[in-house]
Structures are given as C-alpha cells and as structure tokens.
Design a protein around this ligand. Sequence first.
Ligand SMILES: [Zn+2]
Length: 496
Amino acid sequence: MSFRILTGEIEHEANTFSKVPTTLEGFRAGALLLGDEIPAARRGTRTALGAAFEAAEKFGWTLSHPLAARATPGGTVTKEAFEQLCSWFLSGAGGCDGALINLHGAMVAEGYEDAEGEILSRLRSVLGPDAPIVVTLDLHANVTEKMAANASALIAVRTYPHIDYYERTWQGAELVDRSLRGEIRPRTVIAKRPMLEGLDYGRTQVGPMRELIDRGEALEAAGKALVVSVCAGFSWSDISDVGPSVTVTADGDTTEAQRIAEGFMDHAWETRAFVSTTDTTVSVAEALERAKAGEAGADKPLVIADMGDNPGGGAYGDTTDLLRAMIAADLQNAAFHAIFDPAAVQAGIAIGVGNKGRILLGGKHAPEMGGGPLEVEAQIVSITDGCFRCYGPSFLGGGAWRSFGPSLMLRVGGIEIAVISRREQTVDLAQLSSLGIDPFHCATIALKSYYHFRAAFEPIAREVIKVDAGGLGSAAGPRTYRHVRRPIWPLDDIQL
Ligand SMILES: [Zn+2]
C-alpha cells in the first residue's frame, strides 16, 4: 500500500513593528505556487521541498502538494491572506496518512499571534491524533506549546546562514517513514525561559547555539532523542510566546525529553548575554574610509552589510543614507544591492537602457529612519524582469528560480546600483550578476542583510564589515513591546 503524504510550505517571519501588512500579494511577490507548479519549480533543488520529492520516491509515497508560499519577512499577515493560505494548504490534507511540511515558525497573523500553532492544530484535526506530522522550521522560530503539541516532530535548521533545509527535511522524512511503519510514535515537548532574546540571535558558528546543537546531535546519535531542536526566536515579533526555545522529540514517553529540554534551556538562560564578535558594527564613515583606502588594486571586494535596513528581518529595504554616503565619498568600482522601489524601476524603464536621467530612489517608507528619497543623475545600464537562478547556498535554494520583479542596474559615478520591485535581502551572488554586476571584481559591495549574506559573500570578500545606517532593523529603531509576556529578559530584571 502506498502512503499519501502532505507536503508544502508556508514561510513568513513577522516583524510586527512594520507598518506594511503582509497580504496575499506579498506572498505572490515571494513565491506562491499551487499544485503542479510546485514539483516543476522545486524538484531537483536543494530546498526543503526538493528533499521531500526525493524522499517520496525513495519511500514510495504519493505526495499531495497543494501549496508552497513564501513571503519576505514583513508586517503581520492579514486575516484574509492567512485564511486563504490555510484553505489552500488544508485542501490537500484530506486522505493523507501523514505530513512532511516546512513552516517558518515566526509568522503572526491578524487574530493569530501563533500562526503556525493554528495551522498545525487545524492540520492535526484533519489528519487525526496518530498521523505523523513532521515540520521543518527556521531556527528563528518563536516556537509555542501549541506547535509542539500538534506536531509529531519539529526540526529546526542548524545553520545560520540557513543552508540545511534539504538535510533537515531528509531527517524528517526518515521519521515519517518510521512512524508509518509503526516503528516509532514521535511526541514533542518544549522548554522556554523568560527570554526575549538569547542564543546569540541564532549564530551557529561559536557560542551557546553551537554548543547546544552539538549536544543535541550527540543525543540523537546515541538514540536518546529522536530530534533536538534549538531555536533562537525572533524578537521583532511582539507576541506573548516570543523567544528562544528547545524542543525534544521522543519515541512515546516524554519524561526524559522534557528533562533534556529544560537542561538545554538552563544553558541558554545562563549564556543569554553572549554575543559573537560578528555582531560588531562600525560607523558608516569608518566603513567608507576603509573602502576608499583599499579600492585601488583590490582583487576582492570589501563587503559592507547594512543590518539596519535588512529586509530579511522585515525592514523596508529602501533606506538611502549608506548609498548617499557612498556617492559623496565617490567610491569607484563599487556596487550597492539594493534599493526596493518599484516606482524608481518604472522611471528607469521610461528613461531606457544606455540613457541618462534623473531618478528619485527609495526613502519612501520611513524617511525619518535611514534617509529619505535620494535624487541621482544615473545611467541606466540594464533592465531585467528580475528573474534569476540562485547559485546557492542561501535559504533561497541553489538551483531555484527566484524573481525580484522588474529590476534595473544604474550607474552613478563609480557605483553600480541595483533597484528592485520586490523586497528581499541580499544573499545570493546571482542577485547581482543577473543585473550585470560582477561581484567578484568589485572593490566594494554594500548590501542590505544582517547575517544571511555571509554564506555567499564571505568566501569572495577580502573583508566583511557591518554598519547600522538606520532603518526598521536598526539597533536604534523604535520598538515598544506591548504583547510579550512579562517579566522577560532583557526588558525586565529577572532572577531565576
Ligand atoms: Zn532565520
């Protein structure tokens, strides 16, 4: 008998401080694939769904794949969008024996602070209490009791930058297979502490996150737990259940699993103030001084990451202060990725490739943070439909096609500037090369990303430095919490 397994994904990380709600249009701008569009787009890629299709072949499953939806992190998902996504997703669940799905874990929808918990509880009621429901998650998930109770297993990625969705999905596929054969009955428990932040924002290179992941993998290898997942949480979601968590999946009895989870969270609590050196920022002036000093004869780029306006954390992606400073410094052989501004793209299209004209760039969403519109006299070098195929290894997926909508590259002095119609952080070299920017031979590349860019850009950089040039993701950005549970560290002074 062939088992029927639900697969698919709904991925969104909610920055509830953003004033731009995430609508269905926001998902369409990212990826919104239905039914047969999904294998065509994901089979053969190193994505979660790419692994699910391969696993289905290995285990002889018939897959139901109603929906793959991903929006760039942004504001709270509208009720209408959430209900439509659930409706599509659950329409494929009827008659399934289990599920192997990919969720982010930090989605917030109107009316549902714990959007993934709601999705999983609806899915559980369709599939029944005994069906294996195995979920891969981002390690920035704000994991909840409701998620742990309704999933059989939660498997968070173990890398930041996240490059192991494929491997984690295979791990999940094995659990689904063993469950269907009656070999195991996975149950998942969770531990948390009163922490808004911690675990070094999820960095997996050194520090507490690395230690706990290693300990978890040792327990898995020794057969003491089926899965141990460590999540750093996402503190830009102003919700009660925000913060780091550890979930442990056991076969049957969960007493020992709960003890393990609590011990891991004790360590997360004790190390809560640990922050990696990669978090250090320098001033924009110092960054540009270093760029200018090293630009002659540079054989590799200096990469300047602007964490303040990182669309990957839900920021608007259109701040201009860093670019303004680069133009004022007259950088040569430099690239800037990117200004999110559909109107500027249209203005550039009207001017035409090869022509020069004046364009107003960005600064529209929150001119008080990171700079208002920047008027430039620019040469339009290239115009594309924004489609490109990812090199990898970022979470966008090596081999997967992505699109940032009508896009252009324009030149102002010695700086090549990408302007895009769909908001996203800079994580793949093809985002530049598809517009005609050669990332390997630039002297300086400025980009909007907090940490994910490192997977692709660190290997080609002579040096990486980080600036905070303002924006919704800025350390100085306005964050007034109203919904997080209190007391909570670091907002409150707590002794445990
Ligand atoms: Zn993440």
